[in-house]
Design a protein around this ligand. Structure first.
Ligand code: HEC
Length: 135
């Protein structure tokens, strides 16, 4: 195979990958924070949709990268091979916050995907501060 031809194949593959990522790779639209009956940020209506949007591609029951699956509240709270990533009441100690703010490794989602917007990170922080309940 000529060098030019293999370069073209490579560029086409990269483009196909990036276009593939454009769908379902995580939105950057503003979110509406929904509060549960207890007044706290709702897991079901706010936090779970954020995680499904940004993380399901690699952290489903079928493909639990790093042992972490977002299939249910229980698997989210269980964490992965590094242990729990959510410490109720302690957002700064929670690996998930370090990951999505890219201050702790692994940085998530991986950099070809849109980073979580500030309002999403703020909602996650608030939910964890309020006890990270299944509300
Ligand atoms: C494109 C795939 C991909 C996406 C999307 C993704 N991750 Fe990951 N994630 C990985 C891979 C691969 C690993 C394991 C390798 C590593 O640690 O880098 C991992 C590991 C992790 C770990 C470490 C788990 C452990 O205990 O070892 C955390 C925490 C994590 N991801 C959180 C998230 C969160 C939160 C999101 C959504 C905001 C997300 N990831 C989105 C691919 C992804």
């Amino acid at each position: 195979m000529s060098k030019v031809f293999s370069t073209i194949i490579f560029v086409a593959a990269v483009l196909a990958f990036l276009v593939g990522c454009a769908g379902g790779g995580g939105s950057t639209e503003p979110i509406t924070v929904v509060r549960a009956a207890d007044g706290n940020v709702s897991f079901a209506s706010t936090i779970n949709p954020i995680l499904q949007d940004h993380c399901i591609r690699c952290h489903s029951a079928e493909k639990a990268s790093g042992g972490f699956s977002i299939a249910s509240y229980d698997t989210i709270m269980k964490g992965g091979s590094m242990g729990p990533l959510i410490i109720p009441g302690n957002p700064d100690g929670s690996l998930i916050i370090g990951s999505v703010t890219k201050t702790k490794t692994p940085n998530m989602p991986p950099k070809v995907f849109p980073a979580l917007t500030d309002d999403r990170i703020q909602a996650l922080r608030e939910w964890i501060t309020q006890g990270a309940t299944n509300n």
